[in-house]
Design a protein around this ligand. Structure first.
Ligand code: NAD
Length: 495
């Protein structure tokens, strides 16, 4: 069985804990590798390596850090297909979607290429007579990222690109379900010229995570995953004196007003509901149909579903791949039973769509007449199940969005600019789409939900990311006239 090791100090390091976890090929249902689970001592070794590397890396010039990020950008770009095929093999998502994941991750490396500009401070000349005051941004030290299974390349890039560009050194604890992309990225980071020990990967489970949360030499933790674990990470990490941003789960509503273009709304609901088999934190899981929109919208969504091709992610015509594990597939399928028992109408039952073999496939499902008390509404299903709720007014739709404990993303479909503008003002959600079903911000804005979708003060990547991975220092200075100077007519060449 192929063994997936840690990446510490610029090389692969075999695990010694004696504990491993299985890595499946979700499209075939077969185990394809086993991944090392780090012990406390192995996490400590990675942290010690990162701490040692910090001394040199935090002193490297901004222009050199930018140059390394440009190299990394080229390498990730040149290896898009290789990374995407690793994602498809371990996560199951179709190749086109995996390529999209790499592209959205790459944006964050591109953003980090501008680090000299992003690290700028402020300057006040003559704050007092002969006294200048200025602020500088400095890295935090060794920082860690703990990431979920559903974006094994993009979410690590959300974190490490800015963290490293800011001068920190980084420990990544990727999902144990699809760990290979992070190792491949480790190789690229080395080729890009990043000094050994600046980027490290430790694989593992709660043992590794808990050591990260307790380790006195880790200054900050970024987390993306489910809400119960996000809450735990935030509470434990902050109790141990760390800066923490912990992004959690979601239940994203798409409100469709009666004046919306129904075909456009149906296309969007299908794409955003079933893309990546619904295993996206920004997936639409609930369509809230207002008034007359409901009947034509449900008909339009239903009409599109038989045409969707479910199959292995590496087959060119597949539009939706399998779920991540057998257990998760079975759990998602269970919501169809409870929905029917609790009074909803199962319009399309994905359990009827089978794919040959033993992969973790589940076809697409559509549930109508969903009510607030039903399990399929209360829980984050994280699978290819789209619920439809029918309401009479915009106000009822808004109440559903705002009463929901999650506040990651939401969308409104309408031709009425005033209604859309009002919704943008009214909704208690961190990311809003207007006729855009998955409003994932571009890398120069920041990503984050509200309520139970985010614990901490700062969102992920973009300007918030720079703020998260740095702290400011304010200097007050007074100088006598300079005593010495030299003449040099050339442009400076040294970085
Ligand atoms: P998860 O919470 O199970 O795991 C996330 C990470 O936490 C993994 O690295 C895992 O090893 C670790 N972990 C799991 N259980 C742990 C425990 N008991 N103690 C310590 N660490 C633990 O999430 P997942 O199933 O990998 O990912 C899916 C979830 O992530 C969904 O809820 C989804 O909405 C959420 N997600 C959120 C965002 C966002 O930006 N808000 C983005 C992607 C995914």
């Amino acid at each position: 069985m192929r063994r997936i090791n840690h990446w510490i100090g610029g090389q692969t390091v075999e695990g010694t804990s004696g504990r491993t976890g299985p890595v499946w090929n979700p499209a075939t249902g077969e185990q394809q590798a086993e991944v090392d689970f780090a012990s406390v001592e192995e996490v400590d070794r990675a942290v010690a390596t990162a701490k040692e590397a910090l001394i040199g890396w935090r002193a490297v010039s901004l222009s050199r850090r930018s140059e390394v990020m440009f190299h990394l950008r080229e390498l990730v770009d040149a290896n898009r297909k290789e990374i995407a095929s690793l994602l498809t093999s371990e996560h199951g998502k179709v190749l086109g979607d995996a390529l999209g994941e790499v592209a959205r991750g790459l944006e964050n490396i591109e953003f980090a290429c501008g680090i000299p500009n992003l690290m700028k401070g402020g300057y006040s000349e003559q704050a007092s007579t002969g006294v200048d005051v200025y602020s500088i941004r400095q890295p935090l030290g060794v920082v860690a990222g703990i990431t979920p299974f559903n974006f094994p390349a993009m979410v690590p890039m959300w974190m490490f690109a800015n963290a490293i560009a800011c001068g920190n050194t980084f420990i990544l604890k990727p999902s144990e379900k699809d760990p290979s992309a992070s190792l491949f990225i480790g190789e690229l980071v080395k080729q890009a010229g990043l000094p050994d020990g600046v980027f490290n990967v430790v694989h593992g489970d709660k043992v590794a995570v808990d050591r990260i949360l307790e380790h006195p030499d880790i200054a900050a933790v970024s987390f993306v995953g489910s809400t119960p674990i996000a809450r735990y990470i935030y509470e434990t990490g902050t109790r141990n004196g760390k800066r923490v941003q912990a992004l959690g789960g979601a239940k994203n509503h798409m409100v469709v007003l009666p004046d919306a273009d129904i075909d456009m709304a149906a296309d969007a609901a299908v794409s955003a509901g079933y893309g990546s088999a619904g295993e996206r934190c920004m997936a639409i899981s609930v369509v809230v149909a207002v008034g007359d929109a409901a009947d034509p919208l449900v008909d339009a969504i239903k009409a599109r579903l038989p045409k969707l091709k479910v199959g292995p992610g590496n087959e060119p015509d597949s539009e939706m791949g399998p779920l991540i594990t057998r257990e998760h597939r079975d759990k998602v399928a269970g919501y169809l039973d409870t929905a029917a028992e609790q009074g909803a109408t199962v319009v399309v039952d994905g359990r009827g769509q089978t794919v040959p073999g033993d992969g973790f496939f589940l076809g697409v499902s559509l549930i109508d007449d969903v009510g607030e008390a039903m399990d399929c509404y209360r829980d984050e299903i994280f699978g290819p199940v789209l619920s439809v709720m029918r309401v009479d007014t915009y106000e009822e739709a808004l109440r559903l969005v705002n009463d929901n404990p999650y506040g990651n993303g939401t969308a409104i479909f309408t031709r009425d600019g005033g209604a859309a503008h009002q919704f943008q003002f009214d909704c208690n959600v961190g990311m809003v789409g207007i006729n855009v079903p998955i409003p994932v911000p571009v890398s120069y804005y920041s990503f984050g939900g509200w309520k139970a979708s985010l614990f901490g003060d700062l969102h992920m990547y973009g300007p918030d990311g720079i703020q998260f991975y740095t702290r400011t220092k304010v200097v007050t200075s007074r100088w006598p006239d300079p005593a010495t100077s030299t003449v040099d007519l050339g442009f400076p060449q040294v970085r």
